[in-house]
Design a protein around this ligand. Sequence first.
Ligand code: NAD
Length: 493
Amino acid sequence: LFAGIGYAGYGIWLDRHPAPQQQPDPNKKTLVVLGTGWGSVSLLKKLDTENYNVIVISPRNFFLFTPLLPSCTTGTIEHRSIMEPIRAILSRKKTSVQFFEAEASSIDPDRKVVKIFDDSEIKGKISETEVPYDMLVVGVGSETATFGIQGVNEHSCFLKEIGDAQRIRKKIMDCVETAAFKDQSPEEIDRLLHMVVVGGGPTGVEFAAELQDFFEEDIKNLIPEFSHHFHVTLIEALPNVLPSFSKQLIEYTESTLKEQTIDIKTKTVVKKVTDRTVEAQCSLPSGSKETIVLTYGLLVWAAGNAVRPLVKDLMSKIPAQKDSRRGLAVNEYLVVQGTRDVWALGDCAVAGYAPTAQVAAQEGAFLAKLFNNMAKTESVEEEIQNLSSSLNVKPGVNAAETSQTIEQLEQQLKRVRDAKPFHYSHQGSLAYIGSEKAVADVSWWNGNIAAGGKLTYLFWRSAYLSMCFSTRNRFLVINDWLKSKTFGRDVSR
Ligand code: NAD
């Protein structure tokens, strides 16, 4: 207990007393890290920053614990509880790391520079500049895929960033309060309280579940006359929701969602969106297609990932990337194909794994080890060179002893150089499916355990709690859970 309190106290002290930023050391290589998501932050956590001049660039000056983002849309969790300031994270490193809150607009792999601009509201005299690098890590993630479908960008809400969750939270209550406006017709109340979610992946399912909970546990009690009007529809192009989970869990999820009166429309592809309607094409069992038009109050678009313009631009500059479509093709050491000094990780890299937080975190930890070893290699090489030259020119040195040291160092070097390529170890997948139930496909020894229900929900909670970035985050999340359970969610807009 005392150790825990001491550790937490030390963490708080460090957060409040960050090390002063130092000037870059001209004898060290400059390592530029783009992004502050799962991949980049996992790399920064384990990187020995004293080996490099480390510069972090991201338009977001915090790390976001994305697995709990759907809970922020309804106020089950407050947004700041799942944010960790990047400056606090960096201040815990031994050597100071530079951070620029900026968006990278282009990368020039020939000149080895990243062009950045200040995207924030307040701008100084300089709001655009270039950052040179010796080594570059691209961890900028992905954006929401719209597939160029008409109206999606203009009328729907995405669910990727904290701002998206805040916007959704505001819009839910806007729909509710507008539906409660005097003399609103029943048809208009139905439309305003119809919440449509497109995409039956984990993001869409978790959001639909949180939304239905919010209605059942809070809105319904406050505005009972809305009981028969509120309605969530989940649209998925494939035959099932959560396609990456086992068949048994898919069936369990679909039956649980239906029990909660969520309408699931599978084999249905959204083709067009307007400010009030969603047009979709359903495949009927007969093989024919039917077009349906749904009116909505809130539309949340969670139809998967697309490549960011910065990544597309970099890919177009590297001939070896011409056949890659879903992001930067990397080799087994996460080096971007066609380059020697650019690495990519997370959702913007194509390494043969699903674009999940788990993959990105493991890639970040792998790169940190790789970079730590690379720095070690250079220093050992230097030492061997010094010892070898002293052996040749200094008559007084003990030749046998020095040769033995050189041999030991060479063996050490070999071990470092024989570093194993990246290997992803899948721990399992979890998803919240509403009314305090969750599903889990967890790897156990050499097999898999599939479970669903209330106990799995407790497991889901404890797993996410243990994965939270800091003690502070954990404390805030527990507090939010207790608060929303005891007093209900905050329905103010
Ligand atoms: P996803 O790619 O998993 O799912 C998107 C779904 O949208 C797909 O099933 C697709 O068929 C459907 N879709 C696309 N266009 C459509 C259209 N026009 N009409 C109807 N449906 C359409 O996306 P996601 O849920 O955002 O997840 C992205 C990645 O992050 C995935 O790899 C996922 O596993 C991971 N993730 C995992 C978790 C978790 O494990 N709890 C949570 C969130 C995200």
